[in-house]
Design a protein around this ligand. Sequence first.
Ligand code: HEC
Length: 128
Amino acid sequence: MFGIFGIVTLLCTYSFSNDISSKNKLQEPNEVYTMYCQNCHMADGKGLEGTYPSIIKSGFLTDPKKAINIILKGQSGEIIVNGVKFNAIMPAQDYLTDDQIASVLSFVRNNFGNKGSKITPAQVKALR
Ligand code: HEC
């Protein structure tokens, strides 16, 4: 009795958790994102409804200059992200080094449904 039930439960649990982890799996975890962005934009990049915008398929990340400036200078005032209006404040993350900003932007520009070139520390330095 228990044997069969146990195996069925195990199989269900396994396939269920497997499903979830493969769906949300990022190409490579990024330390900078986890420490400095995830609080607001969340691990899955979806943000927090009405408060923090999603960075999934974000037009704000396609242009390297725009993306770098959001991190260096912050972002405030009304913006529309994928059809949803936000009017909040993202503090400048300019305490991050050029390397950290290059790393996190290369990461977000190639995860969460975004596609873009790598950002180099020199590109960040030029705009700082
Ligand atoms: C304290 C919360 C907070 C943190 C930390 C934060 N952001 Fe934001 N971010 C926001 C808010 C709020 C906005 C929208 C501001 C507005 O309404 O003008 C935003 C906007 C953005 C945007 C443009 C809109 C969009 O959703 O595409 C990008 C890209 C972005 N953030 C990336 C990042 C990255 C990368 C980091 C980490 C280096 C980060 N943010 C850290 C709160 C935060």
